[in-house]
Every structure is written in C-alpha cells, then in structure tokens.
Ligand binder design. Structure first.
Ligand SMILES: CC(C)(COP(=O)(O)OP(=O)(O)OC[C@H]1O[C@@H](n2cnc3c(N)ncnc32)[C@H](O)[C@@H]1OP(=O)(O)O)[C@@H](O)C(=O)NCCC(=O)NCCS
Length: 165
C-alpha cells in the first residue's frame, strides 16, 4: 500500500448516503455491541440535520476506509466520540492523518483542547494518542482512559493546509 498523504487520503463531512459504510465501520469499532442499522439510521439522520455530532469519512481510492466524529464539549473543548480505521487498512498512517486533521480543525475553529475517552483494551489507539502528545488520566465514571491535549492557538498556514480548509 502507498504511503498515506494529503494527496491520496480525502477527509470529508459524511453524507446521508454514507450511512451503510459508517455502520460497517461502527460494527468494527464496537464488535461486542449488537448494533441495529434500523435504530441507528434515524439517529444518524438527526445528527446530520441538527449537527449535534459531525461525522467525517476518510476516503482512499474512492472507498471509505475510516471515520471519526466530533462534538463540542464546551466552547473550548472539541470532543472525539468515535475514531475507527477499516481493519484492512490499519497500520498505514490513516489514524495519524485523521488525528492531524482533527487538531487542525480544532485550532482553526478556536478550540483550546481536544479530548476523547478510550477503553483500556484499545492499546493501538492509546499508542497513537500518547505519541501525539495527549495526556491520559483514568475516568472511573466511564471506566476508560481520558486523553486530553491542549492546542496551540495559532491559525498557522500549516494547520489550514492540513485541514484543507
Ligand atoms: C486506533 C486506530 C484508529 C489507528 O489507526 P491506524 O490507521 O491503524 O493508525 P496509524 O497507522 O496511523 O498508526 C498511528 C500510531 O498508532 C499506533 N499503532 C497503530 N497500530 C498499532 C499496532 N498494531 N500496535 C501498536 N501501536 C499501533 C502507533 O503508535 C502508530 O504510530 P507509528 O506507526 O509511528 O508507530 C485503529 O487501530 C483502529 O481503528 N482501531 C480500532 C478502533 C479503535 O480502537 N478506535 C479508537 C477508539 S478510542
């Protein structure tokens, strides 16, 4: 597989028609959950309509190979509820590219912090977040690690380029 870069990996806001691919990836994210497409579709449509959660899809050679979602936790903190790369495409830099995009998107939109929670067994994800400078603390309430990163408040050209905005 070719190296992932901004030329071959597209990151776009998800559309209604992406739901089947999104559902396929959510099943990979939560294999232990009995997810129902029928129940999730109306929720997804609502989130698209009211922008309570924004889904982005990661596209490689016209195929959706990953997704992440974003919500606003406060006016200062951007929260990442979901991030998953298709199991066939892991280990090639897509997760890292997604996180770089998220950080740039947050900076451009004047957020001061990025945050997410992650279950203890998700070692690959924890390596990714730690490598990117996230600090981790344990949340007993969520029985998960809470990863937080303070962002540099500079609207850098690099950030704009990374987010391709
Ligand atoms: C976590 C996840 C999104 C990473 O995506 P990816 O495209 O495979 O990640 P990348 O190839 O960009 O790797 C980035 C870093 O993640 C870590 N990582 C990725 N795969 C790893 C593995 N198999 N073992 C250990 N660390 C790993 C490494 O630190 C890596 O950096 P490096 O390549 O410089 O060593 C992906 O593994 C995934 O979807 N996992 C299942 C769902 C999940 O856990 N989501 C996170 C929810 S909090």
């Amino acid at each position: 597989m070719k190296e992932i870069n901004s030329e071959n990996l597209e990151i776009k806001k998800a559309k209604k028609g992406d739901f089947r691919q999104i559902f396929r990836l959510l099943k990979q994210l939560w294999p232990q959950k009995d997810l129902s497409q029928k129940k999730l579709l109306p929720q997804y449509k609502k989130q698209l309509k009211y922008l309570t959660k924004i889904f982005f899809v990661l596209i490689l050679c016209k195929k959706i190979v990953g997704l992440f979602s974003l919500t606003v936790k406060s006016n200062k903190t951007l929260y990442v509820p979901e991030l998953v790369v298709d199991e066939k495409h892991r280990g090639h830099g897509i997760g890292k590219a997604a996180m770089a995009f998220i950080a740039s998107y947050a900076i451009i939109n004047n957020f001061k912090k990025l945050q997410l929670h992650s279950r203890p067994k998700r070692k690959e994800a924890h390596n990714l977040y730690t490598k990117l400078g996230f600090k981790k603390t344990f949340s007993i309430f969520k029985m998960s690690w809470c990863f937080t990163k303070n962002l540099e408040q500079k609207r850098t050209i690099a950030a704009l380029k990374e987010a391709r905005l």
